[in-house]
Design a protein around this ligand. Structure first.
Ligand code: PEP
Length: 250
């Protein structure tokens, strides 16, 4: 099945109102690429509404970086998936390794957040990835298999779910797995999804690679088998860096 490439930017805890100019620049330059590639920017929650207004009707979709499992209630500082949707988001990242580490998010918590995303009508971008110690111990596929099983709810489809493989040791470090290692994990993930959700659903679910994707390595990484796009941190902050990555996905 032909999967439409998807390139998503994760701004993490970066970005002020002035940064919305980068979204304007992206929209102005990405029209042609947007015909072939789905594009999203996930700014900090404070900017989601304004970013969505700026991006309305353009090829750039807006996403959140996290959501709470509940739709509302006494959860100070948290953000409901419904609130992201209301602000104009189309996607939400769940289970990013920085959330798993900084906020002790378990696979079960990530799964509940993905269910919340679906409930609100958002696409869940569900992140998995091994630490360097786990890779060194030869446990990469065990870890990925366990995270996929625990973090993805029943009922995942191409329409409601994107899976991002993000080795923890590659995020923000300038290091990446080699091509064979990326292909091994992506092919394993496709197989796991197929065993659980059926070949047809698994063939449609997009698998992104994330971790130090830059203009200089995107061409190679985005052409690897079973890599359907990228989740990009640092290199998504500037339209001038993000655009070549989007173009590499075409
Ligand atoms: C990320 O945070 O999802 C990420 C992949 O970061 P970076 O591209 O900066 O490694």
């Amino acid at each position: 099945m032909a999967r439409r490439p998807f390139v998503a930017g994760n701004w993490k805890m970066n970005g002020l109102t002035a940064s919305l100019a980068e979204i304007d620049a992206l929209i102005a330059a990405a029209g042609e690429a947007g015909a072939a590639v789905d594009i999203a920017i996930c700014p900090p929650a404070t900017l989601v509404g304004a970013a969505a207004l700026r991006a309305a009707g353009s090829v750039v979709a807006i996403g959140g970086q996290d959501c709470h499992a509940k739709a509302s209630g006494a959860h100070t500082g948290d953000i409901a998936a419904e609130a992201l949707k209301d602000a104009g988001a189309a996607h939400v990242i769940v289970g990013h390794s920085e959330r798993r580490t900084d906020h002790a998010e378990t696979d079960a918590a990530v799964k509940a957040k993905a269910e919340a995303a679906w409930r609100a009508g958002l696409v869940a971008i569900i992140c998995v990835g091994e630490t360097e110690a786990e890779r060194d111990a030869g446990k990469t596929l065990d870890v990925i298999g366990r995270q996929l099983a625990g973090s993805i709810p029943e009922g995942a489809t191409a329409a409601n779910t994107v899976v991002a493989y993000e080795p923890v040791w590659a995020i923000g470090t300038g290091r990446t797995p080699n091509n064979d290692e990326i292909v091994e994990v992506h092919s394993f993930m496709r197989g796991q999804l197929s065993a659980r959700f059926g070949a047809a659903a698994a063939a449609g679910i997009r698998l992104l690679y994330g971790g130090s994707v830059k203009p200089s390595n995107a061409d190679v990484i985005l052409k690897l088998a079973d890599v359907d796009g990228a989740l990009v941190g640092g290199a998504s902050l500037k339209a001038a860096d993000f655009l070549p990555i989007i173009n590499a996905a075409r």
